[in-house]
Design a protein around this ligand. Structure first.
Ligand code: ADP
Length: 178
């Protein structure tokens, strides 16, 4: 395999946009093709490595910084890393590229309107955020900046999970990742 480049796939988007779902589906596809992969999920990282961090601006940055450093370690070993983090600001997305190396990251915007994310409310967090039971929730009382310089977009309102994954796989094949 010997993958050297472009082996960090970084899903970003609102909570409930579909990052975890797509990361899991893409992971399955890549494993089937015989690639060595590693999932890196925001919620899971926050349970252990980043358990000391909250959702204030500085902590969000530290959360992403550590995740990107871990992704870099995998990347250097030739393991495909599939990351799923809200990564709400351009500054944070740029930090990922800075740490991992711009050429090594394929950042994929998981586009979905806030309205639909609120309707889905997969984890019941929007309800809590709207009731002010939790603070600094992206899309409610914390900003999500529209992305400008990302590599690829999927729209989970217009596409099914398999359509989104298919389009990502086609894009990766086109980039000769596999
Ligand atoms: P996130 O990780 O971004 O918070 P999740 O993957 O946990 O989001 O939740 C997304 C929800 O949206 C899931 O319930 C999933 O089944 C649903 N969904 C509907 N269409 C899509 C799609 N095309 N891609 C991904 N998720 C989708």
């Amino acid at each position: 395999m010997g993958l050297q480049k472009e082996n960090v796939i970084w899903f970003f988007g609102l909570s409930g946009s579909g990052k975890t779902t797509l990361a899991e589906a893409l992971n399955k596809r890549l494993l089937k093709k015989g690639f060595l992969t590693r999932r890196l999920d925001g919620d899971i990282l926050r349970e252990k490595l980043n358990a000391d961090l909250g959702f204030e601006e500085e902590d969000r940055k530290e959360n992403i910084r550590r995740a990107a450093e871990v992704a870099k370690l995998f990347s250097e070993t030739g393991i495909i890393t599939i990351a799923s983090f809200i990564t709400p600001k351009e500054e944070l997305r740029n930090l990922v590229k800075e740490i991992v190396g711009k050429d090594n990251v394929i950042d994929i915007y998981v586009e979905c309107s806030l309205e639909t994310c609120i309707k889905r409310d997969v984890k019941g967090l929007y309800k809590k955020a709207l009731n002010k039971e939790i603070l600094n929730f992206t899309g409610i009382d914390a900003v999500f900046e529209s992305p400008k310089n990302h590599r690829f977009t999927v729209n989970t309102e217009e596409e099914t999970v398999s359509q989104s994954v298919n389009s990502i796989v086609l894009f990766l094949e086109d980039k000769r990742l596999f």
